[in-house]
Design a protein around this ligand. Structure first.
Ligand code: RTP
Ligand code: MG
Length: 136
């Protein structure tokens, strides 16, 4: 079954020139781009996107980080795209992420972990709508 997921190349990934690398990896896997945009998030969108973490001690830092520069928002489609992209991304903590994954290959710090991918069909629907409200 084809599904859609929201992928972000976070500001650290954009600053380090890893946009092409991330897109290459997901396209090579067989996932397909259906939307792509470079943008800097407002605080409001960032807080909505990460609302599930609003009570966590790292929330303020996370919002600063994700609004701190341009990111690339992507909608990606394919069979089991949500799980497929999470597997490409690797574990949240890049030190624990397997080599061969995006985080495992390119990051060392838990906050600055290069990419985001929706974690469930419910999150994907909510996040795709938040970032691309006009997408059919
Ligand atoms: P994401 O939502 O960005 O795809 O990452 P995830 O599901 O793998 O991890 P999640 O638990 O949802 O955390 C969201 C993002 O918050 C930052 N974080 N910082 N300082 C910390 O302890 C900490 N923990 C998480 C990371 O950028 C993480 O991806
Ligand atoms: Mg998450």
């Amino acid at each position: 079954m084809t599904e859609r997921t929201l992928v972000l190349v976070k500001p650290d990934g954009v600053a380090r020139g890893l946009v092409g690398e991330v897109i290459t990896r997901l396209e090579r896997k067989g996932l397909r781009l259906v939307a792509a945009e470079l943008r800097t998030l407002t605080r409001e969108v960032a807080e909505t996107h990460y609302a599930e973490h609003s009570e966590r001690p790292f929330f303020a830092d996370l919002v600063e980080f994700i609004t701190g520069g341009p990111l690339v928002a992507l909608v990606v489609e394919g069979p089991r795209a949500i799980e497929a992209f999470r597997a490409l991304a690797g574990a949240t903590d890049p030190v624990k992420a397997a080599p061969g994954t995006i985080r495992g290959d390119f990051a060392l710090e838990v906050q600055n972990n290069i990419v985001h991918g929706s974690d469930s069909p419910e999150s994907a629907a909510r996040e795709v709508k938040l970032f691309f409200p006009d997408l059919g």
